[in-house]
Design a protein around this ligand. Sequence first.
Ligand code: FE2
Length: 325
Amino acid sequence: MICLGIESTAHTFGVGIVNSKGQILANEKATFRSERAGIKPQEASQFLMKNAQTVIERALKCANLKITDISIFAFAQGPGLGPCLKVGATAARTLALIHNKPLVPVNHCVAHIEIGKLTTHAKDPVVVYVSGGNTQIIALEGERYRVFGETLDIGLGNMLDSFGRKLGLGFPAGPMLDEMYFEGKQYIELPYTVKGTDLAFAGLQTAAEKLIGKARKEDLVYSLLHNAFAMLTEVTERALAYTEREEVLLVGGVASSKALRTMLERMCKERNAKLFVPKQEFCVDNGAMIAWLGMLEHTHGISIPLEETGVRQKLRIEETEVKWS
Ligand code: FE2
């Protein structure tokens, strides 16, 4: 059995193809970049639409398959930006209808975790999910992923991008900020906001932005990242202790931050826990994760009537039943 999955929750149109053994046969994508301001949903969705066909064709070519070889079509139902979600949903729905194959809508957040588990062999981890719009610490309980702690305002990735823009860096600013972090020499006092098991980044961002031009750039970036990542590490450590787990799985676009990995790695070592980080192509938004979750759902008998496959911008991770663990 072969599943083709389409990711289009934000800036990436991704197409992945996997088989039922969990082999990834293709993982192609086109990513919208904007030098000016963050993502404008309409602009991004037009980019996704323009690139949809080419990326699907590229994925099929890479897997050496024809569209008629595909047994299941999956797409990211949410959460995400409405206009962008609709591009992937429409493409997947059309393909499923034309070829008379099952259509599986999947939860983007769950997909990040499942591709992480598949590719790193983590078994039952505390998941740290950090991307542009999402910042959550998650663990499986019963048949649902439960959110142990999360941001109360903005996603960590969006905070970094928006701070980077103020500094005059392009999008995405994350990798450049990460380099500057290691050039920081002096810590500057900034807000550190952990409320129970939740976090908040807006106050930290505002305070740091007020110091632009007044402090050495690298020191400011070092202090901002230091606080943000230390907050995340603190909540993750609490989650490990509370859930008695021994594994941490870091997923989402911000997982590529070396500074964050280093901090989490140190905490895990002290607790005798193990940190798992998927390869970069599986950390960022990608089609393979959608295809793999589509495969898991389909092979565990989950089927959703076509009329209930509409996109859901605010879909929560707890809403998805996990039958395959
Ligand atoms: Fe994502």
